[in-house]
Design a protein around this ligand. Structure first.
Ligand code: NAP
Length: 265
């Protein structure tokens, strides 16, 4: 099947499996040429061959370990210099298991480099390039644990809260530029992430686990509806709006010249 209409190119990190691989397929269907980023070059090449054949789009493979600064710089440079890129899916991420007190520090640092540093650098490069072009979209994959850190381990949850916050700030920074921003907050999604991070997901009730295809389709529907934050499984969008309103209610009192009465003797 041939692509409907050229949309420019989408650069997808973590495109070799799970959510990123589904984005690649769905965006090819929408007519995007693709730049697929991950470490496993063979897997990316196999996906690229299939996507070219099935969707008639151009697909390029960029092998990069986004915990390595030189590799991040290479991808960043591509985002800055390639004016055909109109969409960034900041998706690559890892989870970890266990308590912060027992953490393997090297593993923890790699998580921060991938889930936070690389996401930030790539979002910055895309924001600069898309602002210049007056168009473009940045999709950051966060997680519902950003809203419920007590339910998961500290570093992963905090990294995803960072992605949510980054997206909200970036959205206001980009107001009026023509650049769209979205954070996607998936719940438990059936991908390799669980096995890779050594987490036993077998005890998670089936009614809490979404297929990756359904998750990405919902996220893209949210993007089409102009959502800044998309929580694919949340039935009542009003609950998210109430959460946002609660923050705004506090806003006038979050920074004042005097401390609250309860802190005064
Ligand atoms: P996944 O199947 O394990 O995919 C992770 C992707 O990231 C793979 O393509 C992997 O490719 C890539 N990656 C890992 N380390 C990398 C590195 N150092 N440099 C470059 N790429 C790297 O997991 P997934 O569930 O699809 O995860 C995608 C995103 O969704 C993550 O940000 C995750 O936190 C988020 N998320 C997932 C769930 C869930 O339940 N699955 C829920 C909420 C949020 P290579 O190994 O080839 O490098």
């Amino acid at each position: 099947m041939n692509a409907v209409q050229s949309q420019g190119s989408a650069l997808i990190t973590g495109a070799s499996s799970g959510i990123g691989a589904i984005y690649a397929e769905r965006l090819a269907l929408r007519g995007y040429d693709l730049l697929l980023v991950a470490r496993d070059e063979q897997r990316l090449e196999a996906a690229a061959t299939k996507l070219r054949a099935e969707h008639g789009v151009q697909v390029e493979v960029l092998k990069a370990d986004l915990t390595h600064k030189d590799d991040v710089l290479k991808v960043e440079q591509r985002l800055r210099s390639d004016s055909a890129i109109s969409l960034l899916v900041n998706n690559a991420g890892v989870a970890t298991e266990g308590l912060l007190a027992n953490a393997d520090m090297a593993q923890l640092e790699r998580l921060i480099q991938l889930n936070i540093t690389a996401v930030t650098r790539l979002a910055s490069a895309a924001a600069a390039s898309f602002t210049k072009a007056g168009r473009g979209t940045i999709i950051n994959i966060a997680s519902v644990v950003a809203l419920f850190p007590e339910r998961f381990n500290a570093t992963y949850s905090a990294s995803k809260a960072y992605v949510l916050s980054l997206t909200q700030s970036l959205n206001s920074e980009l107001e009026g530029t023509g650049v769209k921003v979205q954070a996607v907050l998936p719940g438990v999604t059936r991908t390799e992430i669980w096995e890779r991070s050594g987490i036993d997901a077998s005890g998670i009730p089936a009614e809490m686990v979404m297929e990756a295809g359904e998750m990405v389709d919902a996220a893209l529907a949210g993007l089409d509806q102009g959502e800044l934050i998309t929580i694919p499984s949340l039935p009542d969008e009003g609950e998210w709006q109430a959460f946002v309103r609660a923050r705004h209610v506090m806003a006038p009192n979050l920074s004042r010249s005097s401390a609250a009465q309860r802190y005064k003797n």
